[in-house]
Design a protein around this ligand. Structure first.
Ligand code: ADP
Ligand code: MG
Length: 305
């Protein structure tokens, strides 16, 4: 069931088009990575989807609510982690969350605040002033705030940007946990590895939507896979036998390895192995090389230019 639907969203700031004709759906329970370089329109999109700004044209739905419609209902359905979350630095973590929880009707404030301080590993520090928190702790507190009203959809705008590697890892683990609980998460990032680790599908944006697919499919779509066969006895007869196979599109030798491009990798592999063994080849290892997502990203950007 789809829970986010964007239809031809466009946002112009004067002459500048920040987002152009963006159409996209996100399924319930899905983690969608929204990937693009600085200035690509990620934050602008999130602000349109969460009803903070209006699109110049196009529209969007979150569940049953249009983002330009009943804003109260919309705000109950979504949680938002902004790029620079602000807190009352002189108040404790707990007081801050109690304050923000007060905006939502019908929630048991104390219990909710306790629950999410614990979820985010901040319960021990509940009495500390937020001003004394590290960046990573503030980010976890911001996640707790976004979750207080237990929204259906969570928007996370570059949740690990500016964090040290350890704090970034902690935040990623928390995102994984939220995902495993079945939450729908729309996560923007300019970090490709992060998108691959956390997201079911990745939407690549640079003003326009360039591609939407799983990390794996993005790879397969834009690059050929290479089969790598490591041999105990590389050389002559085996290479000749492999060259004769019609489905071998490319072949090169690297030390004790044969690196091949197959026309249908998953289908051809058994026959390939049979041919090598038939020619007296002693196989130590069969593996596959895949190109990192980084290259796809750059390729998409180049094609767009
Ligand atoms: N309020 C605004 N007024 C004018 N230009 C803006 C505004 N917000 C964003 N932009 C511009 O829109 C483009 C997209 O910005 P943004 O959505 O913040 O990108 P990202 O989050 O991907 O880095 C950028 O060129 C940015 O300068
Ligand atoms: Mg941004």
């Amino acid at each position: 069931m789809k829970i986010i639907e964007a239809c031809h969203l466009t946002k112009k700031f004067g002459e500048l088009t920040a987002v152009e004709d963006l159409s996209l759906t996100v399924e319930q329970g899905e983690v969608l990575g929204f990937l693009g370089p600085n200035g690509a329109g990620k934050t602008t999109t999130i602000r349109m989807l969460s009803g903070i700004i209006s699109p110049t044209s196009g529209y969007a739905w979150i569940g049953d609510y249009r983002t330009d419609g009943e804003i109260e209902h919309l705000h109950e359905s979504i949680g938002l982690l902004t790029e620079t979350p602000g807190f009352y630095e002189k108040l404790s973590a707990r007081r801050n969350l109690e304050f923000f929880a007060g905006f939502y009707p019908n929630i048991e404030i104390k219990a909710r605040v306790e629950k999410y301080l614990k979820t985010m590993g901040l319960w021990e520090r509940r009495q500390s002033r937020v001003g004394t928190f590290s960046k990573g702790m503030k980010q976890r507190l911001a996640l707790a705030r976004a979750l207080l009203h237990e929204p259906k959809v969570l928007f996370l705008d570059e949740p690990t940007a500016g964090l040290d590697p350890e704090a970034a890892r902690e935040v990623r683990e928390l995102v994984k946990k939220l995902s495993s609980e079945g939450r729908t998460i729309f996560l923007s990032t300019h970090n490709l590895t992060e998108a691959e680790q956390l997201c079911h599908r990745i939407a690549v944006i640079r003003t326009k939507l360039l591609a939407v697919d799983s990390g794996q499919n993005l790879r397969h779509r834009f690059f050929r896979r290479e089969a790598v066969i490591r041999l105990d006895n590389p050389g002559g007869t085996v290479v000749e036998a492999v060259k004769k196979l019609a489905f071998v599109e490319d072949l090169r030798e690297e030390a004790d390895r044969l690196v091949l491009v197959l026309s249908e990798p998953d289908k051809n592999r058994p026959e390939l192995v049979n041919a090598i063994v038939g020619a007296g080849g002693r196989i130590l290892e069969v593996s596959e090389r895949e190109h990192p997502l980084e290259e796809i990203y750059l390729k998409l950007m180049r094609e767009e230019k």
